[in-house]
Design a protein around this ligand. Sequence first.
Ligand code: ATP
Ligand code: MG
Length: 448
Amino acid sequence: MIKKLFKRVFGKKNKVRSHGSATVIPFDVHNVGREGVMHSARRVTDGLQAAGFKAFVVGGAVRDLLLGRQPKDFDVATDATPEEVRRVFRRSRIIGRRFRLVHVMFGEETVETSTFRRMIEAEDAQTDEHGRLLRDNEFGDQEQDAARRDFTANALFYDPTTQEIFDYHHGYEDIRANTLRMIGDPEVRYREDPVRMLRAVRLSAKLGMKLDEATAAPIFKMKGLLANVPEARMFDEMLKLLLSGHSLECVTKLREMDLHHGMLPMLDVILEQPLGEKFVTLALKNTDQRIREDKSTNPAFLFACLLWHEVLAAWQVKQDAGEKPIGALHEAMDEVLDRQRAQLAIPRRYDTIMKEMWLLQPRFEQRGGQRPMRLLGVPRFRAAYDFLLLRCESGELDIELGQWWGEFQDASEDRRAEMLMPDMEPKKKRRRKKKIDLSEVQAELPIN
Ligand code: ATP
Ligand code: MG
């Protein structure tokens, strides 16, 4: 056994070789060392191999390692069935009904382990009337598992034991040429799963890879197929895109390729207004920065940003019609959220935070009496303040307001007392005004 392992690790030639229809690329050529693989993923491949199975790190992780990037997660592919994987690792559980995967747990880390699967042949495939695959849950072999993947760069298998890469679709060359290329006929692959069009945009923007011409060409005429993708899946994909750390590039590219109607339908409206465009751009940049710095990001904050100028517009209309500011703001928020729910399927669980963010905004305008201190004590103060800064930076509000709050929150008691402005806020009744005058908005707003 040890002899066999020794031979596997050290006995390989350092030249590219063939294995069936795969090209096997040795460490000496690709230079990706096993130390780049997360420890838990190595334990999974080691454990499965020791039990006599094939096991590789696959997909995005291999691609990212070759590109010199830190992979987000390490997935493992194996010829062991989910039950067999379960038997090898005590701390594991089978998840998913459609295609069963195994989550193998090591402390905090979870390694998603999937059995090789194949694309179902055209004649047995269940598709909708547009050719979209409704299931793809047949087990297969390694070669078939490579073929069912989307891009050549995503279809590489890395064996941490031998440090070899198995490549069935020239993915290695494509990565070296910095090209994202669809496996097979792009039109057929987009029809099977239209989300691949969005993946093409997201991955090329995130990785700075160019889209191969034949891969990009059909997207324009096929983009309408995105309308058939279930809403929840679109939402998941949108989250991935917005939280990729490259949301600005992704959104820019989506617009270039005219794909944003399917994904972010509100974007057109918002970007038409100069302040809206600036605000959204700043919000995306800010999120990207936070993600790159490993800071927490709440998707609700970003959605609140994306929808803010719609809320502002609706709020204005209602006030112009003579409604009181706070009532109008509540109605505007509900109206915008309802409209977006139909298009974007933003789940309701995000509503509370988005509304808090919006409702706290007028309170920053009030700098007299006890109000600023009360606002500082609100649990979401920090996020609402970040939101305020974006509004200032985009030119919607005077930059001085953001600076004032920046100083006030860290100031000594004495300094705070100096900074407070005379409390001019009328306590109860107020006049109706035609234009939005944020300083007129009541101090105490309900948070939920
Ligand atoms: P990321 O860095 O964003 O995680 P990824 O390529 O790892 O990118 P995942 O969604 O984690 O993306 O998918 C893992 C792998 O599964 C991909 O690398 C690809 O091989 C395969 N895959 C994912 N989505 C599809 C799809 N829609 N069609 C075909 N293969 C897919
Ligand atoms: Mg991944």
